[in-house]
Ligand binder design. Structure first.
Ligand code: HEC
Ligand code: HEC
Length: 209
């Protein structure tokens, strides 16, 4: 790649990171202890292994060990209505930016997400070609804006990818990558990331211990 082109790429990435960073850094760093108290109701779904979303039927996403920035941006999108899901929109409606930072600090601190890949199967070609630059070789997002996928529920990953593909879930970045995925690819990719253990975990109900 010619030098000028490489420079433009680097500049674009820097600007994208800077723009993302400033939007997310709205609150002061999260207070996980306060987040634990605030997230009492959240654990009624996210703290129960295999709790499911009805219609369509899929597992509630795992959030233990998810990136802070990604959790905050997801909650902001539910609050603004940019991300559709009636229940989560209600859950996020009354949360301030600081509440979101605190909750995210608590969820994120629950587990170390890095999976052990020593006995993992080889990644599907689509993952190597299209996904690792953001979601990492180990399913751990390379920046806070890229969600961790390692250990996430397989049927939730499929649901998310299908929603990006059919336009129900809007994201400028992801929509450009899912166009290259067939239904078969989506199934393989979801199975691969879900199989990375330990990865993300169901939230722990520390409050009740
Ligand atoms: C009634 C069950 C329920 C409750 C209570 C609930 N959630 Fe959720 N949550 C869900 C479901 C289902 C989804 C997946 C929605 C979708 O597909 O967009 C979700 C998605 C999320 C996501 C996005 C995850 C991702 O990987 O993109 C975050 C963050 C989140 N919830 C945080 C919270 C917080 C914080 C609370 C409490 C204030 C909460 N949830 C309460 C069911 C629930
Ligand atoms: C250029 C960076 C980039 C690449 C490459 C990329 N993603 Fe993403 N991915 C993102 C971002 C940013 C989000 C969060 C989007 C949002 O807020 O909805 C995301 C979200 C996701 C989600 C939803 C996670 C959740 O918790 O809801 C899945 C699943 C996913 N990506 C899978 C993939 C797969 C599979 C590939 C390869 C085919 C891929 N991504 C390639 C940046 C990327």
């Amino acid at each position: 790649m010619p030098l000028s082109c490489r420079f433009v790429t680097a500049l674009t990435l820097t600007l994208a990171v800077a723009a993302g960073g400033s939007a997310l850094a709205a609150g002061t760093p999260g207070d996980a202890a306060r987040g634990e108290v605030l997230s009492y109701t959240c654990l009624g779904c996210h703290g129960i292994e295999d709790y499911r979303n009805p219609y369509p039927d899929y597992d509630v996403p795992r959030l233990g060990g998810q990136h802070v920035d990604y959790i905050v941006s997801a909650l902001q999108e539910y609050r603004s209505g940019a991300r559709a899901h009636a229940t989560m929109q209600v859950q996020a409606a009354t949360l301030s930016d600081q509440d979101m930072q605190d909750i995210a600090a608590y969820f994120s601190s629950q587990t170390a997400v890095k999976p052990d890949l020593t006995s993992a199967p080889p990644p599907p070609p689509k993952v190597t070609q299209l996904c690792v630059s953001c979601h990492g070789k180990d399913g751990v997002g390379v920046t806070g804006a890229y969600p961790n996928l390692a250990g996430q529920h397989e049927n939730y990953l499929e649901q998310a990818l299908e929603e990006y593909k059919n336009g129900e879930r809007k994201n400028a970045i992801m929509s450009t990558f899912v166009v290259n995925l067939t239904a078969q690819d989506i199934a393989e990719v979801a199975q691969y990331y879900a199989g990375m253990k330990p990865g993300l975990t169901t939230l722990n109900r520390r409050l009740f211990r």
